[in-house]
Write a protein that binds this ligand. Sequence first.
Ligand SMILES: *[C@@H]1O[C@H](CO)[C@@H](O)[C@H](O)[C@H]1NC(C)=O
Ligand SMILES: *[C@@H]1O[C@H](CO)[C@@H](O)[C@H](O)[C@H]1NC(C)=O
Ligand SMILES: *[C@@H]1O[C@H](CO)[C@@H](O)[C@H](O)[C@H]1NC(C)=O
Ligand SMILES: *[C@@H]1O[C@H](CO)[C@@H](O)[C@H](O)[C@H]1NC(C)=O
Ligand SMILES: *[C@@H]1O[C@H](CO)[C@@H](O)[C@H](O)[C@H]1NC(C)=O
Length: 346
Amino acid sequence: MVSPVFLLLSCFLGHVAVAGRTCPKPDDLPFALVVPLKQFYEPGEQITYSCRPGYQSRGGIRRFTCPLTGIWPINTLKCLPRVCPFAGILGNGTVRFTTFEYPNTISFACNTGFYLNGTGSAKCTEEGRWSPTLPVCAPVTCPPPPVPKFATLRGYKPSMGNNSLYRDTAVLECLPKHAMFGNDTITCTAHGNWTEVPECREVKCPFPSRPDNGFVNYPAEQALYYKDKATYGCHETFVLDGPEEVECGKLGKWSAQPSCKASCKLSIKKATVLYQGEKIKLQDRFKNGMLHGEKVSFFCKNKEKKCSYTEDAQCIDGTIEIPSCFKEHSSLAFWKTDASDVKPCE
Ligand SMILES: *[C@@H]1O[C@H](CO)[C@@H](O)[C@H](O)[C@H]1NC(C)=O
Ligand SMILES: *[C@@H]1O[C@H](CO)[C@@H](O)[C@H](O)[C@H]1NC(C)=O
Ligand SMILES: *[C@@H]1O[C@H](CO)[C@@H](O)[C@H](O)[C@H]1NC(C)=O
Ligand SMILES: *[C@@H]1O[C@H](CO)[C@@H](O)[C@H](O)[C@H]1NC(C)=O
Ligand SMILES: *[C@@H]1O[C@H](CO)[C@@H](O)[C@H](O)[C@H]1NC(C)=O
């Protein structure tokens, strides 16, 4: 007699022995896919591991069969991100990146004077390629420089085809009779344009007027213009106060207005003075008078301290003020010591 319980049990055990145990849901592997993915697998069922798009394993696809033990074999599959070609260097620019792996994005910038020909960033795709393709830094160029009215270009040579490169310069010159307002040198900027161009304006100066006791010469023209020159001179015994030559400036004025200054007649008959650091006799050196601007130092006595000191006097347009401390000796008072022979005060 076979007990029904035993029958049932043996039937159950027999089933287990044939079917084995079911396998559980397989372990998650980073960046991998399992097909098919279920909660349980019957012994004999197959699964395949593969890497997600953008990732690669060294061994490629792995197949496993659920064994009767119900335990999946050890899986050593490793999925690693694809690596895009090295892109860490951008000529005349810089690249910002962490790694060149999927799915990272890198970005680009160009140095001053260069512009990005392409996009500012690129992504490493699932296929391991940069998208969009990597940009280049191209040099900034400026078109031929603008030439303002009444101006000409001097010493300009395009450096790239018909264009100029960043930092190239050109020099502008005004036509005769015209003065420049602004900088004569223009520079190709990093924006691809030129710095501000100067302006050339016609500039006229009035005819210079003749100075009293003198004369002025200037070109015999209808009008006098920027950079024209005039020369001044004075009649005898008069001295020019100012430069001999003046020039018409960019604001329509002469660089100076010289005048003629009178020389000084000397009321003193006899005096020893300092002139250009030397003791001289006033009556000898300046017997024709002193010219405008000339300067001498008179000697004076300090009676208490019995010493001498000097005071300056200058001829200004016909007038010279003799220092009040100066005492002119009569030529008969030969016993008196002249101030210039007294020892100087400390
Ligand atoms: C960078 O720019 C300079 C000047 O335009 C050029 O000579 C050089 O070849 C450039 N370098 C690269 C790597 O493009
Ligand atoms: C800019 O890129 C385009 C497309 O790649 C290319 O045809 C062109 O020559 C480039 N220009 C410069 C100035 O590099
Ligand atoms: C420069 O400009 C001239 C006239 O516009 C043109 O004929 C020539 O092809 C240009 N040269 C270059 C290198 O661009
Ligand atoms: C004119 O421009 C040049 C170049 O930009 C600069 O070096 C120079 O100092 C400027 N001159 C004046 C007078 O501003
Ligand atoms: C040059 O271009 C820049 C940028 O577009 C602009 O700000 C600047 O005013 C321009 N300079 C001149 C002189 O036109």
